[in-house]
Design a protein around this ligand. Structure first.
Ligand SMILES: Cc1cc2nc3c(=O)[nH]c(=O)nc-3n(C[C@H](O)[C@H](O)[C@H](O)COP(=O)(O)OP(=O)(O)OC[C@H]3O[C@@H](n4cnc5c(N)ncnc54)[C@H](O)[C@@H]3O)c2cc1C
Length: 410
């Protein structure tokens, strides 16, 4: 029987496994963690990501996991609001925060209803299996399976590395990742949300006293998140974070940060890695999602790109495996499909990473130049509406996606 192995059950791996299994293709999904509760998983889904889930027929499933639409985006310079842009900003649906661990669990449970789906959790993949020398053609060596940390060797016609930014599959398959210069890390905090915040859940970005940070009500009831940008060279200080935040947050939150100080979690340091592999595939192997193109957290792109990668991959892979039926798929046709997937997805990834960098550079400009920040802050009632209009227009590709991605249901 032909078989696909997918390494990593993040948004890329879990959705692609489901799409393939539903079409009768035998899939083994391997996930290193047991319960999806790893250190951190992002929550923001843009309209393009929500649309991808709709195309996959997963709207009913989304309703069963904690989720919360954003009401608006607000930008604060010093103590003044530059502007507020209300969701859905001209889109069909608002940006929505979705709790990832229950979403991934529900995706895997749905896939488990398919007879040809195999789930291996709590075991990592440590290496890829290469075609033995005697089988090897004169051309490039083929990947024919994986080695697990528990000693097992699993064979497959295709191995898909969906194992995230630190991808083991990428390294073992010797595919190069070209990274952008590393500049920031994020300190992530959780605390109790102020009463009533959920009803008007603004994603507030604040630039004040040389600092940039964001706060919003997360997908889960009563939980506020605060993402604090720091230079990647800056150490994680042990400081009185409640007092630090109370001096910087918008005026309406000052009292809350004083009252809720004991609920502030210790900082979780998240490294931000952005880059792209010039080549996403080898014979018998494909990288997708962050493994192929780790995304910056700016404007919540990574999960959306992951879901759209899964759709593009399913469109190209299903015909190759369906044609093969019970025998192994034609290796030439399979490898051609892998190249087509990269060709189709790469332009959107390149453009999204450019737009993310552009957004980040504007924040950095305001952080570094106090006079510019002060001027915009003082004249915010005059300049705010025009800046809001420009910003809103520029968000459209980051919200709707840049290329057309449609799941082929035929
Ligand atoms: C601070 C921060 C905030 C972010 N916020 C958002 C956001 O709000 N919205 C958004 O769209 N994006 C966000 N992102 C980006 C987003 O998290 C990623 O782009 C997205 O998760 C990529 O999905 P993926 O499935 O490719 O990889 P991942 O989500 O990283 O999933 C990879 C999976 O593979 C598993 N795995 C790893 N190694 C192995 C192995 N050897 N064997 C088996 N399994 C393995 C991991 O446990 C994991 O479950 C954020 C990123 C950062 C750094």
């Amino acid at each position: 029987m032909p078989r696909v192995i997918i390494v990593g059950a993040g948004p890329t791996g879990a959705t692609l496994a489901l799409l393939l299994a539903r079409r009768g293709i035998p899939v083994t999904l391997i996930e290193a963690t047991r319960d999806f509760q790893r250190q951190f998983r992002g929550e923001g889904l843009m309209p393009s990501g929500l649309d991808a889930l709709t195309q996959m027929g997963l709207d009913p499933l989304l309703k069963t996991v904690p989720h919360r639409p954003l009401s608006a985006w607000e930008f604060w310079l010093n103590d003044r609001r530059l502007f507020r842009a209300d969701e859905p900003l001209g889109s069909a649906r608002p940006c929505t925060l979705v709790s990832q661990p229950p979403l991934l669990e529900a995706l895997v449970q749905t896939a488990q209803r398919q007879p040809n789906f195999e789930w291996i959790a709590g075991t990592a993949v440590k290496d890829v299996l290469w075609q033995s020398d005697s089988e090897a053609s004169q051309n490039e060596n083929r990947v024919t399976g994986v080695h697990l940390t528990d000693g097992r060797i699993l064979k497959a016609d295709l191995v898909i590395g969906a194992d995230g930014r630190a991808s083991v599959i990428r390294k073992k398959a010797e595919l190069i990742l070209e990274t952008q210069p590393k500049s920031i890390d994020v300190l992530w905090f959780e605390l109790l949300a102020p009463p009533g915040y959920a009803a008007d859940n603004r994603f507030c970005t604040v630039v004040k006293k040389g600092r940039v940070f964001s706060l919003f009500h997360g997908a889960e009831e009563g939980k506020m998140h605060l993402a604090w940008a720091i230079a990647s060279t800056e150490p994680t200080e042990q400081k009185d974070w409640a007092t630090t935040f109370a001096a910087l947050v918008p005026p309406e939150f000052v009292e809350h940060f004083q009252l809720a100080k004991d609920s502030i979690s210790p900082p979780m340091r998240l490294s931000v890695l952005v880059g792209r592999c010039p080549r996403w595939h080898r014979p018998g192997l494909l990288l997708l999602g962050d493994a192929a193109h780790p995304m910056s957290p700016v404007r919540a792109q990574g999960i959306n790109m992951a879901l759209r990668d899964a759709i593009a991959a399913a469109n190209h892979l299903i015909p190759v495996f369906k044609t093969a039926d019970t025998s192994a798929p034609n290796p030439t046709a399979l490898d051609r499909a892998l190249a087509h997937i990269q060709t189709e997805r790469e332009p959107e990834i390149i453009q999204a990473q450019k737009l993310q960098a552009h957004e980040a550079s504007r924040g950095e400009l305001l952080r570094r130049f106090g006079l510019l920040r002060q001027g915009l802050s003082i004249f915010s009632p005059l300049v705010g509406p025009a800046i809001k209009q420009i910003w809103t227009q520029q968000q459209q590709p980051l919200r709707e996606g840049i290329t057309t991605v449609r799941l082929n249901l035929s």
